[in-house]
Design a protein around this ligand. Structure first.
Ligand code: NDP
Length: 392
């Protein structure tokens, strides 16, 4: 029987477990491991009839992860812990010759900078071990990369511009909360913006560039230019690309809270001394904020994430919009989770399913757009993330 090891029992981990259990003919036995055992037990209790075993692991320690992979004889590791653990888990997969998948690229805890360099540097070792590593199999990165590959395969000879558009039109009723891990989310959002044009990266101040976009099934929303990790791989793999940008929606209240927290130093990632104790302000803030994995019940509204691609087909200009709309409450009914965790966890499950079925295969590390988009797009329609295409 196939044995699937899932590391990380947060908001995304819960969805991955639910979806793997729904596809148990492919995933077989589920081994869920995380730092805090009670969180694994909580998820297991939601699925009393499923074949799930739980473990505690400190995924910052490669030898602990290797030992766990060996004892549970995992056929694949789905990493939905935090980006800080990517390298240690990848190294454990190399040591044990076990295929690997994650949803977010590596970031060092002491530096708010995420990039693929150190993960791509493991390509040779993955090749030598004869295993596949799939990087960024969430929604963005993840489904958005696949949308780009799908556009390239079926709609264009050359894509000239891509805008990735991420809208969360949901409301959780709290004055301020994040939809995925607060520390990772706030590091991403408060950083300088960056986009790629004519072969170079152009940096902007945080939230400097805003455009209003009319999101189908949601309406008009202010959308701000951010740097986002999928652009780093897409500029390498999409033919003829001249510009790529990423936009995410934020309400005024969110931005005002964030600015205020930043102004008083609460987004700091360096240790400060507080009454004789060392604390990292951002980590303390994350402790105070609502746990994203508990937002499901109270979140209403929809998410809409997609890409607009413009380019040439048979010498004629063409522009298309591929997008996916998801209702937060539908996600909660199905998996006890809000839409952001859902739309990350489902693509993680789909990527792993395609690997286990041999529909996506290879040796080395891969970004999503390097693989055939068709089976992934088919699975999205079947697994709760149906998409649409509009000619603009
Ligand atoms: P959570 O904070 O809810 O969950 C993270 C989980 O990882 C927790 O269970 C946590 O344990 C566990 N963990 C943290 N450190 C360790 C460690 N050293 N060893 C073992 N387990 C550990 O985060 P989310 O579920 O919201 O996010 C999970 C991942 O998904 C993140 O990498 C995030 O960046 C990514 N993501 C990707 C998106 C995409 O579209 N590609 C979108 C949203 C998220 P504990 O409970 O003890 O803290």
């Amino acid at each position: 029987m196939i044995r699937t090891l899932i590391i990380g029992a947060g908001g995304v981990g819960r969805v991955v477990v639910h979806k793997c259990v729904q596809n148990s003919d492919v995933f077989g036995k589920i081994i869920l491991a995380s730092r805090t055992l009670s969180r694994c037990e909580g998820i297991k209790a939601e699925l009393p009839h499923a074949n799930i075993e739980v473990h505690t692991v400190d995924a910052d320690i490669t030898s602990e992860v290797s030992k766990l992979i060996s004892t549970c004889q995992a056929d694949i590791v789905i990493n939905v812990a935090l980006p800080y653990q990517d390298l240690t888990i990848m190294d454990a997969c190399i040591q044990t010759n076990t295929p690997y998948l994650d949803t977010a690229n590596y970031e060092h805890p002491d530096e708010a900078k995420f990039e693929y360099k150190l993960q791509w540097a493991r390509d040779e070792k993955f090749k030598k071990a004869g295993i596949m590593g799939l990087l960024g199999s969430g929604f963005d990165p993840g489904a958005t990369n696949v949308f780009c590959a799908f556009a390239q395969k079926h709609y264009f000879d050359e894509i000239h511009t891509i805008d990735i558009l991420d809208c969360n039109g949901g409301d959780h009723g709290y004055p301020f909360a994040t939809n995925f891990n607060p520390e990772i989310n706030l590091r991403e959002v408060s950083a300088k913006g960056r986009y790629w044009q004519n072969g170079e990266w152009i940096e902007t101040e945080p939230m400097e560039i805003m455009q209003v976009w009319d999101y189908p099934e949601i309406g008009e929303k202010d959308s701000y230019l951010l740097y986002h990790e999928e652009m780093e791989s897409l500029v390498k793999h999409i033919k003829g690309l001249k510009r790529i940008r990423f936009f995410m929606t934020f309400g005024q209240s969110y931005l005002t809270h964030m600015k205020c927290l930043e102004n008083v130093g609460m987004l700091g990632i360096e240790e400060v001394e507080h009454k004789g104790q060392k604390i990292v302000p951002m980590q303390f803030l994350a402790t105070l904020l609502p746990d994203p994995s508990t937002l499901g019940e109270r979140t209403t509204g929809k998410t809409n994430i997609g890409i607009v691609a413009e380019g040439l087909k048979d010498g004629v200009k063409k522009k298309i919009y591929i997008y996916q709309v998801k209702d937060h409450q539908d996600c909660y009914k199905e998996t006890n989770s809000q839409g952001v965790s859902y739309s990350t966890g489902v693509p993680a499950m789909i990527g792993a399913k395609l690997m286990l079925e041999g529909k996506w295969s290879g040796e080395g590390v891969f970004n999503m757009e390097q693989l055939d988009p068709d089976p992934f797009m088919d699975e999205m329609n079947k697994q709760g993330l149906p998409w649409k295409i509009k000619e603009l």
